[in-house]
Design a protein around this ligand. Structure first.
Ligand code: FES
Length: 101
């Protein structure tokens, strides 16, 4: 099954764009040219994330995450926590969330 997230040409070359996802949000962006989609949910208490200087930074208490792999860089998110990435596939110029395949 698949669910379209965004057209590839609408993903910014720098930074990230927030798109709706089943009543929630995901950040879509490019890491080394590869499109990615990650839940806009901090692993501390679920706060929203902002894309700042190549990192995702939580607006609530300041936890930071690496945009390459979602690994936590700074507390108060738990050590070794990681942001939730969606499984995706590009088809016909569209980035899709895919599951159950
Ligand atoms: S909810 Fe993100 S740092 Fe607290």
């Amino acid at each position: 099954m698949k669910y379209p997230l965004i057209k590839i040409d609408e993903i910014p070359d720098e930074g990230a764009k927030v798109v709706p996802f089943f009543g929630r949000e995901v950040h879509v962006y490019k890491a080394n040219g590869v499109p990615k989609a990650v839940s806009n949910t901090c692993m501390h208490f679920g706060g929203p994330l902002e894309c700042k200087e190549g990192k995702f930074v939580c607006a609530w208490h300041g936890a930071e995450y690496d945009m390459k792999d979602g690994q936590r860089l700074k507390a108060p998110a738990p050590p070794h926590s990681r942001l939730m990435f969606l499984s995706t596939r590009v088809e016909d110029g569209v980035l899709n969330y895919v599951w159950g395949e």
